[in-house]
Design a binder for this molecule. Structure first.
Ligand code: ADP
Ligand code: SF4
Length: 687
């Protein structure tokens, strides 16, 4: 059972008319599911409740078609159909004695309304904040009255859907934050000018929400603790303290955050656990109402400290609840070693960015709860007494071995190297990526406690070695290697000259400690984190670096994980010379030839070395040899030979973990190749 020092985390906390059973609060977070995939999102939220979260909230939930964010899948409470959809969630949340919260949302100039074609409204006629070439209509008094009516009606629908907590969402650069801000609010009426006037709309919405549903629902306000602009760790509180003082006792709960998403939900490369404390430590001195904030909290001791020191009443979490929906239960049951800690990679956020179901590096089951019927903690018992050899202990092989072990199979895990972890072990030694080692640590921790999983280190397997094990099934998880020939997104054929010179390196060389000398080009045609991390590593070794990419920015895919701007800034701060929108055309020893991707204009750069970060080759030789053997001598071959992870198709770490997990789930099951997954459809009846 749990250690007494964590008892405080399991105290009930009253929120207006409702009571949360403990202090674990899943704050509103995106899932890439929203109104588009109601059954998937209901099952995902229900799983959090099953895992012990005392409060489970929706994502941002539109109150009216004038606030539409497609292609990003928001939730909506526009009509009866939406009430039915949300009831799926609240029922599942209530089954586990948790409270369900809904974050009512009005986007203002952040909602492009590309789906509804309604005119977006805001405090003023503002350019669309996401770059869509539209402006909002400046709200007149009628618009304000309408907005208040919409909000109240959405709150009533929320109550009907079974929600216990209804939000007024007044931050994150959405409409209400523009009314609050002296910079964006230029109104001359009673909603602009003085602080009291600018706060008026938020005050009215809180009061009207309470009036409408406050008898049975708590009213929460999501609010920024600071005005912003001070840089990391330097809060500029500005008027926000006064605003909070003016509204302090009005809502039943304060959900406090800051304006800068890239800090609030920053990747671990740049932002550490508990990084909001400096911003919001004053809030509890202003209000007697319960306060929640986030901080990627995974350590129960940090959580206890936050509560004991009077920083928060609730431990808010988005990412830690995604990586481990059962985090509260594990603390409660004293199973701290079983916690699957978030690594702060923000792959989860890329789901919303790409308008696709959320995925997580640590938790391969997220968003598969309804569709594939996957549970993050439970898995079917083995379907036979077969033995399985897993070759390669990177994230794919480790997860396959762990999950097969959990199912009860006899597993042999063979790894060439002296340590487990594959790319995760290697990459976590690069600057800023140390938390990524949690992907390995969680799995090795679990495997070490399983008597049915045998680990063989320093065991490079050949076909003969594999056959000698006489196992029933073989899983080849031998990963992938970075190419040195320059083939990548923008280059379909090898780049001239790279094969003729010695001073050409790949990330695998750098990770093995084999570093270039002299002025170096890091050529990034991969467009995610690796190019910039290699550049950072070389700069920390005092190597002059030119970062060349055909893209117009560094780490373009980092836009999906809310880190691109920070990556670019990091390289600028480190003195990296960034040459964007240029392709590497050839390398002639001491000189690289670059061409502008728009104009083809050529420039030559004198360098000594080059690191190509372009694409990877699957390490599938062993797999193909095994297949050949099976074709030629089927009687002496294992029943099945399967490749997973980067050996099948090089991808992100989340892809490798998913692949390993899926293999383990599907062994000895019948998978219909024509109907692999259920397809969630939108409810349209009654709407
Ligand atoms: P993934 O991301 O797909 O898990 P990784 O590259 O992280 O792939 O891991 C692959 C692992 O496989 C590496 O640790 C590597 O040492 C190991 N490996 C590669 N070839 C063999 C082999 N023939 N026998 C045993 N281990 C191997
Ligand atoms: Fe954490 Fe990464 Fe999972 Fe998001 S995807 S919850 S950041 S481990």
């Amino acid at each position: 059972m749990r250690e007494p020092r964590y008892d405080i985390l399991f105290e009930p906390v009253q929120i207006g008319p409702v009571t949360a059973k403990n202090r674990f609060y899943q704050v509103p977070h995106c899932t890439g599911l929203g109104w588009v995939r109601p059954r998937m999102v209901a099952a995902l939220r229900g799983m959090k409740a099953e895992g012990g979260w005392g409060v489970v909230c929706t994502e941002y939930c539109s109150i009216h078609p004038a606030s539409d964010d497609l292609p990003h899948p928001y939730a909506s409470l526009w009509d009866k159909g939406d009430i039915k959809s949300h009831a799926l969630m609240t029922e599942q949340v209530h089954e586990h004695d948790a409270l369900a919260g809904v974050e009512l949302w009005v986007g203002g100039s952040r909602s492009s309304n590309l789906f509804t074609h309604e005119t977006a409204i805001d405090v003023d006629s503002r350019p669309n904040a996401t770059g869509v070439p539209y402006q909002t209509r400046a709200m007149d008094k009628t618009d304000i009255r309408e907005l208040r009516r919409w909000h109240k009606n959405a709150a009533l629908r929320a109550k009907e859907a079974g929600f216990d907590i209804v939000y007024v969402y007044a931050t994150h650069d959405y409409l209400l934050s523009h009314f609050l801000s002296a910079q964006s609010n230029n109104r001359m009426d009673e909603y602009g000018g003085s602080l009291e006037n600018r706060v008026r709309l938020v005050r009215e919405l809180i009061e009207e929400t309470k009036e409408a549903v406050g008898d049975s629902c708590a009213v929460a306000v999501r609010f920024s603790a600071e005005q912003g602009g001070g840089g990391d760790g330097n809060p500029v509180i500005g008027e926000h303290r006064e605003m909070l003082e003016m509204l302090a006792e009005l809502p039943d709960l304060w959900d406090i955050n800051i304006g800068d998403y890239t800090l609030e939900m920053g990747v671990s490369r740049f932002v550490q656990e508990g990084s909001l404390e400096a911003y919001m430590s004053y809030v509890k001195s202003i209000t007697s109402k319960p306060v929640v904030t986030v901080g990627r909290f995974t350590s129960p001791d940090t959580m206890v400290s936050q509560v004991k020191r009077g920083i928060v009443d609730f431990i808010g979490a988005a990412r830690p609840s995604i990586a481990d929906p059962f985090l509260p239960k594990k603390i409660e049951q004293g199973r701290l070693d079983d916690i699957r800690e978030c690594i702060g990679c923000n792959i989860c956020y890329s789901g919303d960015s790409k308008a696709t179901p959320i995925r997580c590096t640590q938790n391969p089951t997220i968003s598969e709860e309804w569709r594939r019927g996957w549970h993050p903690e439970k898995i079917d018992k083995k379907g036979s007494d077969s033995s399985v050899l897993v070759i390669g202990a990177g994230p794919a092989g480790l997860e396959a071995a762990r999950a097969l072990g959990q199912r009860g199979y006899h597993v042999l895990l063979a790894e060439s190297e002296r340590e487990l972890g594959g790319r995760v072990t290697r990459e976590s030694r690069l600057p800023g990526l140390s938390e990524w080692v949690r992907v390995r640590n969680h799995r090795t921790q679990q495997i070490h406690s399983m008597t049915n999983v045998e680990i063989y280190l320093e065991s490079t397997m050949t076909v003969d070695d594999v056959l000698a094990t006489e196992v029933d099934h073989v899983v080849v998880a031998t990963g992938a290697s970075w190419r040195a020939d320059g083939v990548g997104l923008y280059a379909e054929i090898p780049i001239s000259g790279l094969d003729a010179h010695e001073q050409v390196f790949t990330p695998d060389d750098i990770m093995s400690g084999h570093l270039p000398t002299g002025t170096t080009i890091v050529y990034d045609d991969d467009h995610y984190y690796m190019g910039s991390v290699i550049a950072e590593k070389l700069r920390l070794e005092s190597i002059p670096v030119n970062f060349v990419t055909p893209n117009s920015v560094v780490c373009n895919w980092g836009n999906m994980t809310a880190e691109q701007a920070r990556v670019q800034k990091r390289l600028i701060d480190l003195g990296v010379n960034i040459i964007a929108s240029h392709r590497l055309s050839s390398y002639e020893g001491q000189c690289a030839v670059l061409n502008c991707v728009y104009s083809e204009k050529e420039q030559n750069i004198d360098i000594e070395s080059i690191v190509t970060v372009t694409s990877r080759h699957p390490n599938d030789t062993l797999f193909r040899e095994l297949q050949n053997h099976k074709n030629e001598q089927p009687d002496s071959a294992p029943k099945s030979i399967t490749r997973i992870g980067d050996c099948e198709a090089p991808a992100i770490i989340a892809g490798a973990v998913f692949s390993g997990h899926r293999y383990a789930r599907e062994l000895d099951t019948i998978v219909n190749p024509d109907a692999r997954i259920k397809y969630d459809r939108v409810f349209f009846e009654d709407s």
